[in-house]
Write a protein that binds this ligand. Structure first.
Ligand SMILES: Cc1ncc(COP(=O)(O)O)c(C=O)c1O
Length: 358
């Protein structure tokens, strides 16, 4: 089976895991956690980083640290994965869904509408499929309306706009290291910020909110969210090849585009940006995405529809949404293609040919 985006190890990970074993730090502390955080910080150019069990928990910590509580409103991209939204529910806050623009990212005009009418406390902007949208405008609006900006860069490690990394434009940014992402620690997430207090508080909450006493003393409750040293060892091996992986993802995208641009439109990239092209995604002019998916599956090739917008999910039937029809159209016409960085050019061309003949 050719999978959508399988793990691609650098070859160093086992060596680092072995070192972690030898040190016996088989725990949510140890030198690899420190090193992994250091690498993410240095790469993205942020001051502080915290490694946790996944991006969903990192987003949850972000909301908690920023004081989002029951009844508060949070504006969030509708065209995204549930992991970027459920932390709002964990806080008993209310998601307000915002539709997409022509770059498939959060629409700035709809966001401003929602900021005026709903007065949310925070915005969670998803950088979809490793791309970045009008992030400067979004950051500007959040400042203008006095709203926290959290960047869900789960899929967008290494994406840049004007040479600044996704995840570093707002108050807090979050990356995923899940098994299907650009880089993986099997499961994992990292929160970044230039605000030391927030990262300190998130670390405190991620390790059960233990006060500084000889015994376990609690003034509030926390979570068991800290990343293990073993997984961080994998992360160190992965961070060493981050730019190589992005280069290959982009080559795969360009190859598909060259082969298929007669029958489909590809996800655009905004000027002055470099996406990581985590998944190659397209909109078919004529073809039925589910039929293509089935055709590929019968030939042991995995593909998947684009995210079903959150405002169309039964769970969010009654949620408030600012909609322009874009994400619904993307969902109807779109498909994610296999984008694993270990794939050869021949495999990509074979998949493109199968799509054409489907
Ligand atoms: C946009 C988005 N947000 C959040 C998540 C959640 O990340 P994780 O699986 O690390 O919790 C994912 C992916 O899994 C995602 O694609």
């Amino acid at each position: 089976m050719i999978h959508l985006s399988p793990p691609h190890m650098s070859g160093k990970e086992l060596e680092y895991i072995k070192k972690a074993f030898e040190s016996n730090y088989i725990a949510p502390v140890g030198e690899f956690i420190d090193k992994f955080e250091e690498m993410v910080k240095n790469y993205t150019g942020t001051k502080y980083a915290l490694a946790v069990v996944n991006a969903t928990s990192a987003l949850h910590l972000a909301l908690r640290v920023l004081g989002i509580k029951a009844g508060d409103k949070v504006a969030v991209s509708t065209f995204t994965f549930i992991g970027g939204v459920s932390p709002i529910l964990y806080q008993n806050a209310e998601p307000i869904f915002i539709d997409s623009d022509e770059y498939w990212q959060m629409d700035v005009n709809l966001l401003e509408d929602a900021l005026k009418k709903e007065r949310p406390k925070a915005v969670i902007v998803a950088h979809l499929y490793g791309q970045i949208g009008r992030i400067e405008d979004i950051a500007y609006l959040c400042k203008k309306y006095g709203v926290f900006l959290i960047e869900d860069a789960a899929e967008a490690l290494g994406a840049k706009y004007k040479n600044q990394f996704a995840g570093t434009f707002g108050d807090i940014g979050v990356y995923s290291f899940n098994g299907n992402k650009l880089l993986t620690t099997s499961a994992g997430g990292v929160m970044v910020s230039n605000n030391e207090e927030w990262i300190k508080k998130a670390k405190f909450l991620s390790t059960q909110a233990k006060e500084d006493f000889p015994w376990y003393e609690h003034e509030t409750y926390g979570y068991n969210y800290r990343m293990s040293n073993i997984l961080a060892a994998i992360g160190v091996g992965q961070m060493e090849v981050v730019e190589e992986r992005i280069k290959r993802k982009r080559e795969i995208f360009n190859l598909y585009k060259k082969e298929l641009s007669d029958i489909a439109e590809f996800m655009p990239e905004i000027n002055n940006s470099r996406g990581n092209r985590w998944l190659t995604t397209l909109l078919f002019n004529q073809k039925e995405p589910l039929k293509v998916m089935e055709y590929l599956f019968e030939r042991k090739i995995e593909s998947r529809p684009l995210w079903k917008p959150m405002h169309l999910q039964p769970l969010f039937r009654n949620a408030k949404s600012y909609i322009n029809g874009k994400s619904e159209e993307f969902f109807k016409k779109g498909l994610c293609l296999p984008s694993g960085t270990a794939m050869s050019d021949e495999e990509v061309i074979k998949i493109a040919n199968l799509i054409k003949e489907s």
